[in-house]
Design a protein around this ligand. Structure first.
Ligand SMILES: Nc1ncnc2c1ncn2[C@@H]1O[C@H](COP(=O)(O)OP(=O)(O)OP(=O)(O)O)[C@@H](O)[C@H]1O
Ligand SMILES: [Mg+2]
Length: 269
């Protein structure tokens, strides 16, 4: 049984080519904040995929998955494993059993974006099964959207999992430490070894940079897009669990994300 992902309402009849975006970087560099702030300036609709088992992105964009009755990819997988153990639907493959559940139970449908979260895995083993599921279905499903936007967990391990292998824009969020430069080299090496195809590799300085520390990124030999300004309201909103989508238009962090997306060729709305 081949499951066809539902067509998104509002999808243009002749869809313009969609873009695959990944935000990656070391822990706490501002990846999720960047994704949340970028959402405002991307063409709609976007399919957001939160690959971080710690799942902070939903809260940052005002989504309470529990309240919405939505589950994570790992929770769906857990159900399927349990059904398999009880020998429910023995003639259907695990993959085919999971597909419709994934898009109906796990996909949160919002205004201008939909969201899928990987979640925490409560059963033994690695993330291979949920990753495989996402890898095989996500690119196809993403054709219904103007963009696929991936928020990554900290570090580089998720790149090895190769969930999205064809990337248009890879945004590497950097902190002003010596380790950041090593991290950039590591990211490059892994994506080349794992065979992730990418069109642009962009460095973004996070809110902890100043003009002096910015020089390291400017001289790194990679495409440096710019710095995200420090904005105490971002911290306040995150602490209070408020949606970053509600930040005022003149928020310095929001404006810097707008400007660096423009530098990356994103037309503004
Ligand atoms: N422009 C900014 N101004 C002020 N604070 C910021 C800004 N961007 C991010 N922060 C703060 O930095 C912290 C880390 O941000 P965020 O959670 O987005 O990072 P992350 O890279 O997604 O973290 P993790 O690796 O845990 O997923 C948060 O407390 C957030 O409020
Ligand atoms: Mg994060």
């Amino acid at each position: 049984m081949l499951f066809t992902p539902p067509q998104k309402s509002g999808t243009p009849e002749k869809p313009t080519p969609n873009r695959n975006i990944i935000a990656t970087g070391r822990g706490g560099t501002g990846k999720s904040t960047f994704v949340a702030l970028a959402l405002r300036y991307l063409r709609t609709p976007s399919l957001l995929v939160d690959l971080d088992p710690d799942s902070s992105l939903p809260g940052m964009i005002g989504v309470d998955l529990q309240k919405e009755g939505k589950r994570t990819v790992c929770e769906v997988l857990y159900d399927v494993v349990m059904r398999r153990k009880q020998n429910v639907s023995p003639t259907i493959t695990t993959h085919d059993l999971m597909q419709p559940m994934l898009w109906s139970d796990a996909l949160y449908e919002g205004r201008g974006f939909d969201l899928l979260t990987l979640g925490t895995k409560y059963i033994e083993g690695c993330y291979c099964a949920p990753d495989n599921l996402l890898r095989t279905t996500i690119q196809e499903h993403a054709r219904n959207y103007a963009q696929l936007v991936v928020d990554s967990p900290a570090g580089v391990e998720h790149l090895n999992r190769n969930v999205v292998s064809d990337v248009d824009d890879l945004f590497v969020l950097c902190d002003p430490s010596q380790k950041a430069l090593k991290h950039i080299q590591r990211v490059k090496r892994i994506i080349e070894q794992v065979g992730i195809q990418y069109r642009h590799f962009y460095l973004v300085a996070n809110h902890q940079f100043d003009s002096t520390s910015e020089l390291h990124l400017k001289q790194s030999g990679e495409t440096y897009l710019g710095r995200i300004e420090y904005d105490p309201e971002v911290d306040n909103y995150n602490r209070q669990g408020r949606s970053l989508l509600d930040l005022p238009d003149d928020s310095p962090a929001r404006l810097s994300v707008k400007n660096l997306l423009a530098r990356a060729g994103y037309t503004q709305h």
